[in-house]
Write a protein that binds this ligand. Structure first.
Ligand code: ATP
Ligand code: MG
Length: 376
């Protein structure tokens, strides 16, 4: 079996993945994917594991069939994303940090290809080798360039195996490196000029496509070459618009994280309400009642709210054997919301002093009373 053998079964994973801190979506939701595939009578695009309709149910959930909702958002976004993946253009998910772009790209890849691990993590030091292929230098020196000496990177694997490749934070890569996607996306071919004969061209199998993500706080997609932009369908992922939905999501996600951390006390709903409201107000600069207020420059995303709720639960449980309280919340907020920014810390302090004191309810009062726990 060569490194490029498309029959290589990527589903045969080492058992360690089952015990991973965060197994990939196709492992976490293996039962759901199997059930959806078994009952899927709808037409599928060539090379896809599921039909578009089954993939949509996998992502948005179907309570009647026991399928959990994994992404909260506009269903039409999912439809457009799936259709884009069935075309000959890639899919670019853009948006604020922490709006679940990476999660969505993982779920899409798991639904379409049964595998979300063909992932390139973009960064300032990303090279073409990490995207396309590199060489096993011992074999290269011994035998010269041959398919045996080739070490395929995610793009080559995705093309050879007909699977979706994820390119995270693509705009953080140097522009010339981003451009190595041009011919794989437009001509669906990757040249390996070092190899002789037919091996010098890898033609993408059906099912191959690319999902890229880019966040609006990093170097923007504006700098991306026009040639590459043209080869992607852009979709913007927005923060969750309403408080109730965001609260429900944070409660479910934090509850799951706490269970996995061995905490048996579920997060307290009244405290989560304060947490999610605080995040939303500091994110938007508008109170839930509609008054203008200062916003923070730090990212106050849903993803950050989930991790603060997790940390609050951990503090309460491992320090005192109970679910976290308002003092834990204030202590955890400083690290997420203010980080190392003195201005943000001052804004957060003013928020706790001025806004929180006006709210009614025992939890708001308790948060106000714990404001001295902010450092500095
Ligand atoms: N609309 C949403 N649906 C489901 N989960 C969400 C949503 N928004 C935020 N989350 C939470 O955020 C987490 C995913 O964040 P993710 O890392 O995918 O965001 P991101 O947009 O890729 O952020 P970044 O730009 O920083 O890479 C999820 O695990 C979930 O807890
Ligand atoms: Mg991401």
């Amino acid at each position: 079996m060569t490194a490029l053998d498309p029959t290589a079964d990527r589903a045969q994973r080492p058992p360690a993945v089952e015990r991973a801190q965060r197994p990939p979506a196709e492992v976490r939701y293996a039962d759901e994917l199997a059930a959806l595939a078994a009952g899927d009578g709808d037409p599928r695009p060539p090379g896809w594991r599921l039909s578009l309709r089954a993939a949509r149910r996998f992502i948005l959930g179907d309570p009647a069939a026991g399928i959990r909702r994994k992404f909260v958002g506009d269903p039409s976004l999912i439809d457009r994303a799936l259709v884009a993946l069935a075309t000959s253009r890639g899919l670019m998910l853009v948006g604020e940090p922490g709006t679940a772009k990476s999660l969505l790209s993982e779920l899409l890849a798991a639904a379409v290809s049964g595998d979300s691990t063909l992932t390139i993590q973009g960064g300032a030091a990303t090279t073409e080798d990490q995207i396309r292929y590199s060489w096993n230098y011992a074999l290269l020196v011994a035998d010269g360039p041959s398919p045996r000496a080739l070490v395929p990177a995610p793009l080559l694997r995705g093309m050879a195996e007909g699977r979706v490749v994820r390119f995270e934070e693509i705009t953080r890569c140097p522009l010339e490196v981003q451009d190595c996607l041009l011919s794989p996306l437009s001509d669906r071919v990757l040249a390996i000029p070092e190899l002789p004969g037919a091996d010098a061209m890898v033609f993408a199998r059906e099912g191959f496509n690319v999902i890229a993500t880019a966040n609006t706080r990093d170097r923007g997609v504006n700098e991306m070459s026009a040639a590459l932009k043209r080869r992607f369908n852009f979709e913007t992922v927005f923060p969750i618009p309403d408080l109730g939905t965001e609260l429900e999501l944070v409660e479910a996600e934090a509850g799951e994280l706490l269970r996995r951390s061995g905490v048996t006390a579920p997060p307290r709903r009244d405290l989560l309400e304060v947490l999610v409201t605080t995040f939303r107000e500091l994110r938007t600069g508008i109170t839930e009642r509609g008054d203008a207020m200062e916003r923070l420059s730090a990212v106050m995303s849903t993803a950050e709210a989930v991790s603060v709720a997790h940390a609050v639960g951990l503090r309460g449980w491992f320090l005192r054997g109970e679910s976290g309280d308002a003092a834990d919340l204030v202590a955890c907020l400083a690290g997420t919301a203010a980080k190392d920014d003195a201005e943000d810390l001052a804004r957060l302090r003013r928020y706790l002093e001025q806004q929180v004191s006006r709210r009614s309810g025992a939890q708001w009062r308790a948060v106000h009373d714990a404001r001295h726990l902010l450092p500095g």
